[in-house]
Write a protein that binds this ligand. Sequence first.
Ligand SMILES: Cc1ncc(C[n+]2csc(CCOP(=O)(O)OP(=O)(O)O)c2C)c(N)n1
Ligand SMILES: [Mg+2]
Length: 288
Amino acid sequence: MIPNLINHYSVEFSLEMFRRGNYSHHFEFKAKEAFDNGHLKLPIYLAIGTELNSAALSMVLKGYNIFAQHRGHALYLNFGGPPEGLRDELLGLPSGCSGGMSGSNAIQCPEIKMFGHSGLMGEQIPIAVGAAYASEEPTLAICGDASVEEDYIYPSLGFAATKKLPVLFICEDNDLSILTKMDARRSWNVADMARSMGIPSVDITDDPWLIAHHAQEMAQNLPGFINIRSVRHLWHAGAGTDGEPEWDRYQLVCDELDKLGLSSQIKSINEDNIKKVVKVWAQQQQKQ
Ligand SMILES: Cc1ncc(C[n+]2csc(CCOP(=O)(O)OP(=O)(O)O)c2C)c(N)n1
Ligand SMILES: [Mg+2]
C-alpha cells in the first residue's frame, strides 16, 4: 500500500491515462453492440473491466515489443493501435489489422510493435522471451491467470531470469479460466512462483496508478512480473453477462478523479471519446 499514490502523479498524467482507458471503454461497448446485433461472425473477447490496466501500462512503457493474448482490444487501442484496423478486423474485412482473418483473438499491429497470438494459451510468453533474447529490446509479455498454468511458461521465466532479459511479464488475473475459478485449479500464487525463479514480482489490484507505479519501477531493472487482480465484466467469449461484476474499476477511477476536482475534465473527455468512437463505427456502417 502506497498512501496517496494518486497525488504522486500530475493531473495531466491522470487525465491522459483516463482518456486512453475511456476511449477503449467506449470502443468495447460499440464492439459489444455490433456483436449483439449480429454484425460480427467470429467469437469476441472483450476487455470491459480491464480497460485501465493497459492504459496505465501505456503511460509508462515506451517502445516495447508487445506480446499478448486473446483479450487484447484495450491493449491495442491504449498503445496507439488505429481503431479502424481493430474495427475492421472484428468485422472480418481485409482492411482489418490481421487482414480480417483472425478476428478478436489474434490482433496485431506493426506500427505499435504488437505481435499476433495463435490462440494457444500462453504461447506468447516463450515467444516474447525468445524475441527479447534475440533483440535485446524491452518486451511486454501479457497473459491470463489460466495461461500462466501452461507448462512452457516456467522454462521461459527461468530463462528470462538467468539471462536477465528485458521482459516485463504481466498476468491479467481475473480469477477465471473461461468459467473455472482459480481455487479449483491451483494452490500456488504465480507472483510467488516467478519470485522463486529470481524475478522481482508483485501481486496487486487493478488500481491504474498502482500498475503505473510498479511497471515504471520494474522497467528500471527487468525482468519483472506483475500479477494484476482484475475483473472480467462479460462472458469469456461473446458479450453476455452473469450479473454484476465483483468491482468496477472504471467507475472507481471516475470517482477518484471526481474527488480530485476533475469532474468537468472527465466529462469533456468522456463526451469527446463517445463522439470519436461513434464516428469510427458509423464510418464502416456507411460503407456497408
Ligand atoms: C493450450 C490451450 N488450452 C486450452 C485452450 C482453450 N482456452 C482458450 S482461452 C481459455 C482460458 C483463458 O484464460 P486466461 O488465460 O485466464 O485468460 P482470460 O480469458 O481469463 O482473459 C481456454 C481454456 C487454448 N486456447 N489453448
Ligand atoms: Mg483468466
